[in-house]
Design a binder for this molecule. Structure first.
Ligand code: BG6
Length: 485
């Protein structure tokens, strides 16, 4: 009973939200280096230069005009530039993770740190950085879990190739992966190709200059082919590699038992399952092909694309789970916040300060849905509670709300394993140490067990301190999830 003996307890982060060192030791610019901070009510902005040379900014969901290139304004604060400075604190941070008893640590590699312009010139210093990080993890028996690409692309590829809209980017990505697979083949076993592939749709994420549905569909095809090639390549380089996909899973419940609400909910969830169907089953699902046909979207499919996709299915499913939501045909329903997208409010759920519906049972629900549908091992690679933490006069941070969130979610996960028999291999809570929020660019929205002294304007000593949840999670890991008190 309970979690498997080798259950991978740990925590998760991403390069652009954590590392900082945005130009250190030869790193190239990434699209995310050109997006400003924001807040709950103020969107993050992309700063760019038009092809006529004008400096402008635009909300990060908007398409950049054709020919525009990312631009860093020296007078603006960009959160990714320093973030919480893992680049210079990795030893201290990994030592703290080890103290908590982490069995694994999820991080992402920065493409533009290793291949600065995204093409074929490798930055040895960038490779060395991750060598040092992995060695430090392994010193403590912590298994590195690597997301190869988390939400960005080298700016050069966005500026000069229109990002993933361009088929040539497949080869650039495969080269990047081959480089890191060969370099780290004896240090890293678990990989994921793209973080939350179902959210990738804008310039900052995939470098495209358009909002057109056909352009996005074609870019996803390129990413599917790239991912499938990389899965096959990785297995050739080391047959023990486990290479997964990664998705943001926000289950929606039909708001009422009206048949139309339920049908619409199924159709709505297709938008999420599409990415899993392709990467787990190795082919485009019929519902998507029909949708493309209706919309007049014609994919430019090359000779081996579908064959590659069929051969390169993943070994496991990684997914993020933070919240659930509801779906209905009734458009007169209260809207609340959500991960990357606003959602309809579920009247039965409390929401976080950022409006995300808190639903521990939804985690068990999602584990069942996903495992039943694909039968592959599942890894919850993100889960957590973004909240404002208060530092007391004595320096303590009493984040009971976070403990409460985790307790309920871990219990739900345990039930999915013990009662439902889901093959769950690990759990890495998001932002195990405070990092910049992806959605809002804030530091104020914190997820960590470890506090980092840094604010939304980039002021702070970057000093690390343990929150109350630090020792709580340590106990959870020590007891392999049995002691949740
Ligand atoms: C996930 C992303 O969607 O949610 C992370 O993979 C992100 O990058 C996390 O940080 C939490 O979202 P936010 O907006 O609260 O940082």
């Amino acid at each position: 009973m309970g979690f498997r003996k080798d259950f991978l307890w740990g925590g998760a982060t991403a390069a652009n939200q954590y590392e900082g060192g945005y130009l250190s030791d030869g790193k190239g610019l990434s699209t995310l280096d050109a997006i400003t901070g924001g807040s709950h009510t103020k969107p993050r902005m992309i700063t760019f230069k038009t092809k006529e040379g004008e400096i402008k900014s635009i909300t990060r969901e908007s398409p950049l005009p054709e020919g525009a290139v990312g631009y860093i304004d020296p007078n603006i604060y960009y959160p990714s530039h320093v973030a919480t400075d893992f680049y210079n604190h990795y030893k201290e941070d990994i030592a703290l993770f080890a103290q908590m008893g982490f069995k694994c640590f999820r991080l992402s590699t920065s493409w533009s740190r290793i291949v600065p312009n995204g093409m074929y010139d490798v930055n040895e210093k960038g490779l060395e950085f991750y060598d040092n990080v992995f060695d430090e993890c392994l010193k403590y028996g912590i298994e590195p879990i690597v997301t190869i690409n988390h939400f960005d692309i080298p700016m050069y590829l966005a500026d000069h190739y229109d990002g993933w809209a361009n088929r040539e980017v497949i080869d650039f990505f495969v080269f990047f992966c081959e480089t890191i697979f060969n370099r780290y083949k004896d240090k890293v076993k678990y990989w994921m190709t793209f973080n939350e592939i179902n959210f990738l749709r804008s310039w900052t994420q995939i470098g495209i200059h358009s909002n057109d549905e056909s352009v996005k569909a074609q870019s996803w095809l390129h990413m599917f082919v790239a991912s499938a090639k990389v899965v096959q390549l990785g297995h050739k380089i080391n047959e023990n590699f486990k290479i997964g996909m990664m998705i943001a899973y926000i289950p929606t419940y039909a708001l009422t038992c009206k048949p139309q609400d339920n049908l619409d909910n199924v159709l709505h969830m297709h938008d999420t399952y599409f990415f899993m169907d392709v990467q787990c089953k190795g082919k485009y699902p019929n519902y998507k092909l029909k949708e493309y046909e209706r919309k007049g979207i014609k994919l430019d499919i090359c000779e081996n694309d579908l064959e590659e996709i069929a051969k390169g299915t993943v070994d496991y499913i990684g997914y993020s789970y933070y919240m659930s939501s509801v779906w209905t045909t009734d458009k007169d329903v209260e809207v609340t916040g959500g991960n990357q997208v606003n959602t309809y409010k579920n009247p039965y759920l409390e929401v976080s300060d950022w409006g995300w519906g808190i639903d521990a049972l939804g985690l068990r629900y999602s584990l069942n849905e996903i495992y039943d549908r694909y039968g592959l091992p599942v890894f919850i690679v993100e889960n957590g509670f973004g909240a404002v933490d208060k530092v007391e006069e004595d320096g303590s941070i009493n984040d009971d709300y976070r403990i409460d969130y985790f307790r309920k979610h871990i219990q739900a996960m345990k039930d999915a394993v013990e009662i439902d028999g889901v093959d769950l291999i690990g759990y890495t809570p998001w932002g195990c140490i405070d990092i910049v929020s992806a959605g809002t660019g804030e530091m104020k929205k914190r997820y960590g067990f470890i506090y980092v002294d840094m604010d939304d304007q980039g002021n702070g000593s970057l000093k690390r301190s343990k929150k109350k949840s630090f020792n709580w999670y340590k106990k959870v890991i020590e007891s392999n999830g049995e002691d949740l008190d």
